[in-house]
Structure formats: C-alpha cells, structure tokens
Design a protein around this ligand. Structure first.
Ligand SMILES: [Zn+2]
Length: 288
C-alpha cells in the first residue's frame, strides 16, 4: 500500500483538508483523510510526500472541447476580428480552409498536453478531422471523443455517416469512448439530423450537439430567417438548399428530428425558454 501525503487535499465529496492523505493499493483508492490518522492506521504503508506546496484533487472534467483547434488563436491572427456569431463561424471556416492535417495534428497533441498539464483528466472532445482520432490510442486522457458531422447533400452525408460508423467500432479509442457529434441544427439538413440521431440512438452511440447557442440559431430553426440565411448559407454555397421553417425553438426542433436522447450532451444550451427546461430534464439530456 502507498500513502500519498498532500499539503492540501481536495476530495470534492467532503471538505478540503490540510495535510491530507490518500491510501492507495495499485490503482485503487482505499481511503482519504488526515495524513496522521491514515499513517497511524497503516504504519507499514510506503509514504510518498508531494511536498509543502502540493494540492491533490481529482482530475478536472471539460465536457466540451475542440482540442484540434488549440492553435486557433495563432491561425486566426491575421483575419479580421469577427463582430457577430455568424462572423465568428465564418472565421472558423476560413481558418479550416487554410490549415493542413499536419497543423491540426500538432494542435490536437498540444491541446491534450495542455489539458493534462493543467489537471484536466476527462474531456468531451469534438473532432472534425476524423483520422486524428488515432492519436488517443496512446494518450492517458479519458472521456469521450465525438466524431463531428454536418452537411445537407444526401449522398455526401450518407457516406459521411458510414465513414463515422467505421470509426465508432469497437466503441473506444484507447481510454476514450467514441461517439458522434451532429454539429448543430443549422449545419445539418433536417433529414440528416434525423438520420444521425436515429442511427446513434439505435446503435447506442454517445451524442453531442451544439444546441441553443445563439439567437441567430433560434431565428433559423423557427423562421429560417436572419444572418444564418442571409450570410452563412450563401458563404458556404447552401443558399439554394434552405429548409422549411418549423416554428420551433432549438430544443423542440431537435426533438422533432429524433434528437435529445437520454445522456445526449447539448453544448451551450443558452437559448432555451423556461418551458423547455423540464422537458430537457425529463429527456435526460446533459448541458455542460
Ligand atoms: Zn463547440
């Protein structure tokens, strides 16, 4: 057995302690408490003292990351500062058009390194360049890796989903559980959003989606109006493929297209109305 001594121990489930101890056997945590008490109870344990300035706490969880974009600030440095949500999305698209897979790989590895260095042990990471998922084979970072998908062309989206299904078997890459991320209600056709949700829930894949992030998204899902229609869709050449207006806010829109299953992770979730909240709770979705 090993007794780890920390100047400050933060168990989270109980109040923080000064001069705390963790009693370990291999990878198993046996006990937590004041160091002196644990030493008295287990005098034969090997003591590992973390030092007078140490703080020991469980790994942090970041449920929504895009670690492949860790170098985004450098990549976007020469571009105009966006002054709106759609402007910011266009900047992301512009950056992604300019960088190559090697740059994304270096950026993802740096994101993993920074996460671990700063005490994050679990992430819900969104990955758009799918071959990079293999990097997680050899990393200690745990959590879920969501393969991102979007699009409106039926043939291309069908191929994309088939491709992702290949990555999602056998269900994990290294310590990361694998899942799918339909990007958002405004970047998937209604048919594709429904297909991804249906396929994921049937197969038991974890799901993460950006939902209710901006007022521009609400205008889009309810009315098919606003900057998404006037600016974003023409920018990506989708202006002739607008969906029909549903009248629904993002949460009921997602449900209409078979989304919002138990355990689905809804990133942001700020553009919701009070009446949406109990329905979201009943559905069992998580909003990080
Ligand atoms: Zn995101």
């Amino acid at each position: 057995m090993k007794l780890i001594r920390a100047a400050r121990l933060v168990p989270v489930l109980s109040p923080a302690l000064n001069d705390g101890g963790l009693l370990m056997e291999g990878d198993r945590l046996l006990d937590v408490g004041p160091f002196s008490c644990l030493l008295k109870a287990h005098p034969g344990a090997e003591v590992e003292d973390q030092g007078p300035n140490s703080i020991v706490l469980p790994p942090l969880v970041n449920a929504h990351t895009h670690l492949e974009l860790t170098h985004f600030p450098q990549w976007s440095a020469g571009l105009p500062e966006p002054d709106s949500f759609v402007g910011w999305i266009k900047t992301v698209i512009e950056v992604k058009r300019q960088i190559n897979p090697g740059q994304l790989e270096a950026s993802l590895k740096e994101g993993i390194r920074q996460s671990l260095e700063l005490g994050t042990g679990f992430v819900g990471d969104i990955l758009s360049h799918h071959p990079l998922g293999q990097i997680y084979h050899d990393e200690p970072l745990k959590g879920r890796l969501f393969f991102e998908t979007l699009g409106i062309d039926p043939e291309r989206t069908r191929q994309s989903l088939d491709h992702i299904a290949g990555y999602l078997n056998p269900g994990h890459i290294g310590p990361m559980q694998t899942g799918v991320s339909p990007h958002s209600p405004y970047t998937l056709s209604q048919a594709y959003l429904k297909q991804v949700n249906h396929t994921a829930h049937s197969a038991g894949w974890p799901v993460s989606i950006h939902l209710g992030e901006s007022i521009e998204e609400v205008l889009f899902t309810r009315l098919v109006e606003g900057p998404m229609v006037e600016d974003l869709y023409p920018y990506v050449g989708w202006e002739n493929s607008l969906p029909e207006a549903t009248g629904f806010r993002p949460w009921p829109y997602l449900v209409k297209f078979d989304g919002g299953g138990k355990g689905d992770l809804l990133a942001h979730g700020v553009q919701v109305e009070p009446e949406d909240v109990p329905a979201m709770a009943d559905a069992g979705v998580d909003v990080p």
